[in-house]
Design a protein. Structure first.
Length: 744
């Protein structure tokens, strides 16, 4: 008692008074609190020397199991909610009312096997309606107290998943803030989340590094905010994988925003400006280079740095033009949309310079475009839909995408100069829309030259769609030798965990990133991760004999081709084809660089037009023994931009050398109809490798996808709601639970 009194006098601490409680039992003991389960129900289990209420798990991927707490009477002022639980399993405990991170702790379940407490400070009125507790399955007691309870130390546990093969398993942990002054809250969030990230086997934590946080006056850098972030990450035995952002509107320092160097993008559609920095003006170049150099000097040799990701443009800090995301300077609204951001005078001069390099005289340009310009000085950027000729439109799109590619490559070169030995990823987003400006082939090639990688920022929760929108970059990265990484483009459930793991392990990806709510924000995500993440050690490049032609030119000439993800004929057919076979995309740039030699079959999904040199390369590949499959309807013959049909006519007359061209006479919609035709033709081809032919012979539901890896293993994904049976021609059968991966 004397010791307790001394503690009270010295530390100002006194035991919290118990206002109300509920304790698991048969029947439960309660005073002022009632606790009930959600629709799934619960059961009482004997554990840890007493009883715990065990929630029955939900099997709905979009709804969570929960405890519901009701107070009678509801307290009038702020109180502390103490949730005693058996720490068995992994998860993040949350309540249904807002609680600041510094007002909660003990919320990470890390499978210590101990009785632990999660504590939340509830504001006035928080218990006026039933309070929901999610992310928790084994509840011992709930208590309301009138003052802050003591903070218990977090047990030290080994990671649930260990990896033999090096990989970057990166997640978020609340390390970002709107202003530097919010650092204490960011650190509190990290203290709540980092133990769970480490326990699940992650080794990297991502945060944004914003220009305005570190260079608050010109040339004077203060890294104290990020030093504190990195120190907290290191304390948990983890590493840092930051995203460096300089040109996005919300990262501009005040001194720069108010200077003459602040030149933002201007859209062609409306003539309106925003504060995302124009890549054409050149005024930000020296600031970007200085920022990257200073970052490299401060962090480049620090062991805590797992790698970096570049944020060269766009409102999300990606390798693209502005595309939605209403994040303006100091939180102000911003004009942004998917469109063409070439309305400033610097963009016009860049466009004219590119045309002068392409055309010897203005007369040459006029002949190609069907125009009557008196000089190059009269040429301005235009909305592609207004182009009267195909060549004019292609010239604009080639320049527009090429300008972004060159800017991103320059960023990467500056970063490599600043950090010669650091792992660098370019941020490649979107799904191939011309307005977004991401040329996946160019970015993969440029990053390979710099011994770096690309992180796709566009993965979907649906595997087939995920494949369709990421395969161009994945194929290019493997062809050119760039490292691969993946990031979800938004919402993620347990289905997405399985889909993304399958995508990574069947592409040999070195990097896999999760926003922590993708795992912690649903009841099955962590379970899916624990079940299938160890397979990342068996990842490898796929064994691919079949490629689909990626129609760069056709996309540039068609307004609807890829602008709307849900309306793209190419992507919808690509999704359907993935159920029939594993395959790569091969872009026109990849074909020009010799990629066709890697494949035995080339399938056209959509697109009927390409450049002359590309078509000639395809024709020579066919003559050397390649097989091409082409749907004749509804687009008709394959031609060049200038309308040359000579290659098509040769194929129609059967002049294909050692190879052959297989024509599909029906309508390729719906896509699964064409996919079945292609699969049937593939099974008859003798040149496919035995492992690929064996996989093509599998009898399986459409929701099961296969990939043969380069080391010979077969990987299967059941992306269906029901158990799936897969049978080999030789009689072997396996059963796969919903949304699981199987490897042999």
């Amino acid at each position: 008692m004397r010791l307790l009194l001394c503690l009270v006098l010295i530390a100002g601490w006194a035991p919290a008074a118990e206002l109300a409680y509920w304790r698991a039992g048969e029947p439960p003991a309660a005073k002022g609190l009632a606790v009930a389960p959600g629709p799934e129900g619960w059961r009482m289990e004997a554990a840890a020397g007493g009883l715990v209420a065990a929630l029955n798990p939900t099997h709905d991927y979009f709804r969570r199991a929960e405890f519901r707490v009701t107070a009678a009477p509801a307290p009038s002022g702020p109180v502390w909610l103490s949730v005693e639980y058996l720490d068995r399993g992994y998860g993040l405990i949350s309540v249904s009312v807002p609680v600041a991170e510094h007002d909660q702790w003990g919320v990470a379940e890390i499978n210590s096997g101990k009785l632990r407490r999660a504590t939340f400070r509830l504001g006035s009125g928080a218990l006026a309606a039933p309070l929901r507790i999610q992310g928790l399955l084994l509840l011992r007691a709930v208590t309301l107290v009138d003052s802050e309870p003591p903070r218990e130390p977090i047990p030290d546990v080994p990671p649930a998943v260990t990896f033999r093969t090096s990989s970057q398993r990166v997640t978020t942990a609340g390390a970002d803030a709107a202003t530097p002054e919010q650092l204490p809250e960011a650190l509190a969030t990290m203290r709540n989340l980092l133990p769970l990230a480490r326990a699940l086997g992650f080794n990297g934590i991502e945060s944004y590094v914003k220009w305005n946080f570190v260079e608050r006056s010109p040339g004077v850098f203060d890294w104290s905010f990020y030093d504190a972030i990195v120190d907290e990450i290191e304390r948990q035995g983890l590493q840092w994988f930051p995203l460096l952002i300089v040109g996005s509107a919300y990262t501009l320092p005040e001194w720069y925003h108010d200077s003459k160097d602040n030149i933002g993008f201007v859209c062609l559609e409306h003539g309106l400006r925003n504060d995302i920095q124009s890549i054409f003006a050149g005024t930000q170049n020296r600031y970007v280079q200085r920022f990257l150099a200073e970052f490299g000097r401060h962090y480049g040799s620090r062991k805590a740095l797992l790698g970096i990701r570049l944020g060269p443009s766009g409102n999300y800090g990606e390798a693209q033009y502005p595309a939605r995301g209403n994040w303006g300077y100091k939180g102000q609204p911003i004009h942004t949309h998917i469109g063409y951001w070439a309305g400033d005078p610097y963009a016009a001069e860049s466009f004219r310079s590119a045309l002068r390099r392409q055309y010897a005289t203005i007369e040459d340009l006029n002949r190609a475009w069907g125009d009557h310009f008196a000089s190059f000085d009269q040429v301005r950027p235009f909305l592609p839909v207004t182009a009267a000729t195909e060549r004019k439109r292609i010239d604009f799109d080639n320049w527009y995408m090429g300008a972004m590619s060159a800017w991103c490559e320059q960023w990467a070169k500056w970063a490599r100069e600043a950090m010669p030995h650091t792992f660098i990823h370019q941020s490649s987003g979107g799904w191939g829309a011309e307005e977004i400006g991401t040329d996946y082939s160019y970015q993969a090639r440029s990053m390979a030259r710099l011994h770096g990688g690309i992180r796709l920022t566009n993965e979907s929760d649906n595997f087939a769609q995920n494949f369709a929108i990421t395969r161009m970059a994945s194929s290019a990265a493997r062809f050119y030798g760039a490292e691969l990484g993946y990031e979800p483009g938004g919402f993620g459930s347990a289905r997405g965990v399985a889909a993304r793991l399958f995508n990574a392990l069947t592409n040999g990806a070195v990097h896999l990133f999760y926003y922590h709510p993708n795992l912690y924000g649903n009841d099955q995500g962590i379970r899916a991760w624990l079940n299938d993440a160890p397979l990342l050690d068996r990842r490898a490049a796929p064994m691919i004999d079949v490629a689909a032609f990626y129609p760069d030119t056709a996309i540039k000439l068609d307004d609807e081709a890829n602008r709307y993800l849900w309306a793209s004929a190419f992507l919808s057919r690509a999704e359907a084809m993935r159920s029939a076979t594993d395959y790569d995309y091969v872009s026109e740039q990849m074909i020009a660089d010799g990629a066709l030699d890697r494949y035995k079959v080339l399938v056209f999904l959509w697109g009927y037009i390409t450049e002359k040199d590309v078509l000639e390369r395809i024709a020579r590949w066919v003559e050397r023994g390649g097989t091409l499959i082409y749907p004749e309807r509804p687009r008709g013959p394959l031609r060049t931009v200038e309308g040359d049909l000579s290659v098509w006519n040769r194929w129609q007359s059967g002049r294909t050398g050692k190879g052959k061209v297989i024509f599909f006479a029906g309508d390729p919609e719906p896509g699964d109809y064409y996919a079945r035709f292609v699969a049937g033709e593939l099974r008859r081809l003798p040149q496919l490798r035995p492992a690929v032919k064996r996989a093509l012979g599998l009898r399986k539901p459409a929701e099961v996808y296969w990939s043969v890896l380069s080391h010979g293993e077969l990987a299967l994904l059941n992306f269906g709601d029901e158990e799936a049976s897969v049978r080999w021609q030789e009689g072997k059968t396996v059963r796969l639970a919903p949304y699981t991966i199987w490897m042999e």
